[in-house]
Design a protein around this ligand. Structure first.
Ligand code: A3P
Length: 288
């Protein structure tokens, strides 16, 4: 088996990292019993997942800091498809919050039957790719990204974990979820976090007052999260994630792609993404 084959396995045509996922964890996800008051943040990787792992417990618990100060992000709001869920599932208290990178069609049957709510966070794919490029450098359990050009080809052809960005985004735009799903962008959250938190709180029926929203916004800032050992991945041994190569909470800004793309790369990226998004009518706060 080659090194790459050992790093990932394929299921339903998607690449899953073997360090964090296995056949049993995907089966566990398929059999997971969703409850009506569960909340799931859905993201394509590098779109604000860990941010939602900070936000959701605070919003759902009226600003109580205990969960974010005492439980690592991966256990307080676990990934539906990862190995850790089976370990911590009995410790989750309702309303439970989860995250997932799964496309809509791989969500378990109980999810579709439940009234669980979904918050789908989208991010400019150019910034997603840049963030992912650095993540592949620091995470030893992911393939070395190679040059930026090489990584772009993998990203555009879906030869990365969870496949193509375009497929993921489209899958969550065409659901039967009705008002169970809310869409928000990473860029909206950066631009006005209190307003984003107000939308999330109202969607979840949490009725938080302005003071609590403000308090949550302070604790969810990049600066606060960088200082929170339960959220900054400093608990992960260096052999798995090497922050000296790139911190997990890296820049946290929209538009970093401008520091990385050449004009040729931008043209190539744009033509592929635009073609694949043709016919989609939803609006996004950035041009594709
Ligand atoms: P950058 O690499 O561009 O800095 P995910 O959690 O889905 O893997 O996404 C990680 C990205 O979200 C990283 O982007 C990280 O810095 C950014 N991020 C996490 N928390 C953030 C916050 N509070 N404010 C802004 N960006 C944040």
């Amino acid at each position: 088996m080659s090194a790459i084959e050992e790093m990932y396995f394929l299921d339903h045509g998607y690449m899953f990292p073997t360090e964090t996922h296995c056949a049993a964890s995907l089966k566990f996800a398929q059999e997971f019993a969703f409850q009506d008051d569960d909340v799931v943040a859905v993201t394509y990787p590098k779109s604000g997942t860990v941010w939602m792992q900070e936000i959701l417990p605070l919003v759902l618990n009226g600003g109580d800091l205990t969960p974010i100060q005492t439980i690592p992000n991966w256990d307080r709001v676990p990934w539906l498809e990862e190995k850790r869920l089976a370990v911590v599932v009995d410790q989750l208290t309702s309303p439970r919050a989860l995250v997932t990178h799964l496309p809509y069609h791989l969500m378990p049957p109980s999810f579709l039957k439940s009234k669980a709510k979904v918050i789908n966070v989208l991010r400019n794919p150019k910034d997603v790719m840049v963030s992912s490029y650095y993540f592949h450098q620091m995470a030893a359990f992911l393939e070395d990204p190679g040059t930026f050009d090489e990584f772009m080809e993998k990203f555009l052809t879906g030869k990365v974990m969870f496949g193509k960005w375009t497929d993921h985004v489209k899958s969550w735009r065409h659901t039967a979820l009705g008002d169970r799903i809310m869409y928000i962008t990473y860029e909206d959250m950066v631009q006005d976090l209190p307003a984003a938190l107000r939308r999330i709180s109202d969607f979840l029926g949490c009725n938080l007052n302005d003071e609590t929203i403000q308090k949550i916004a302070e604790h969810c800032s990049l600066k606060s999260m960088k200082a929170n050992n339960m959220s900054n991945f400093s608990l992960v041994p260096k052999q798995y994630m090497d922050a000296t190569k790139s911190p997990f909470l890296r820049k946290g800004v929209p538009g970093d792609w401008k520091n990385h793309f050449t004009s040729e790369q931008l043209a190539r990226f744009t033509s592929v993404i635009r073609k694949e998004m043709e016919g989609e009518s939803f609006s996004l706060p950035w041009s594709l």
